[in-house]
Ligand binder design. Structure first.
Ligand code: ZN
Length: 240
């Protein structure tokens, strides 16, 4: 099965459409959460996801915050402003969709968690130390996560946990136990502003990591018009 793995769309409809087009025909889509937050198009992104057959979608911390399921203590000032705007903007139907999501699940023998298998809403898996502590918190061979917006694969082999940062538009074979992150569709943070996504073949165990340019300026214009925080508008151009 060819499975499109996406995460952290962050209400960026232009990026989502570009990725769905670029990915071509797939058998299923697994979305690892943070459908909303930061960007100008929360309702459009949710409506588009709901049209996808065989969609599995997790709830991220921003999705939980927007529906009021998460206190905003962990968010900085600008992120809170942004959450407020999203709360005013999401329709009742969008809200219903976000409320229905879970932050962690197992599908086709793969664990999916928004942030980490240990703390599916909060934890940032940015280094091999935090990753190594998480291998005891899932029972499958692979676990796919989002949340950091940084494409990465943590591989557990006989000498411990190693971090593999895949090159854009290359394919790697997942071997042994792995925690893998496809990067972010709508707000990349690895200094590459292109949308990131993965085509995972569950038979071959291949992780085909891809980057695609989208029309950043058009998203920035909509964010400007919605008076969203300047820093969130600017960062899309730099991918940080
Ligand atoms: Zn996110």
């Amino acid at each position: 099965m060819r499975i499109l793995i996406i995460s952290d769309i962050h209400a960026n409809f232009t990026a989502l459409e570009t990725v769905l087009d670029d990915a071509g025909k797939v058998d299923a889509v697994w979305c690892l959460g943070d459908v909303v937050g930061y960007g100008p198009d929360p309702n459009e992104c949710i409506a588009r996801l709901q049209q996808i057959p065989n969609l599995v979608c997790l709830q991220g911390n921003h999705d939980a915050a927007v529906v009021g399921d998460l206190p905003l203590d962990g968010f900085n000032y600008e992120a809170r402003l942004s959450v407020g705007w999203q709360q005013e903007t999401v329709t009742a139907a969008s809200r219903k969709f976000l409320v229905s999501l879970e932050p962690k699940t197992v599908v086709n023998d793969v664990t999916l968690a928004h942030a980490s298998p240990r703390q599916p809403i909060f934890e940032y898996l940015l280094d091999t130390y935090s990753a190594s502590e998480n291998f005891g918190f899932f029972n499958t061979e692979f676990c796919f996560v989002g949340h950091t917006h940084v494409p990465s694969i943590f591989v557990h082999d006989h000498d411990g946990v190693n971090l593999v940062v895949p090159e854009p538009n290359t394919q790697v074979e997942l071997r042994g136990r792995c925690i893998a992150n496809p990067g972010s569709v709508g707000q990349p943070r690895d200094r590459d502003p292109r949308s990131a996504y993965v085509i995972f073949d569950d038979q071959a165990g291949t992780w085909d990591f891809r980057r695609v340019e989208y029309d950043v300026a058009s998203v920035q214009e909509r964010m400007q018009a919605a008076q969203l925080p300047e820093r969130h508008i600017l960062r899309l151009a730099y991918g940080n």
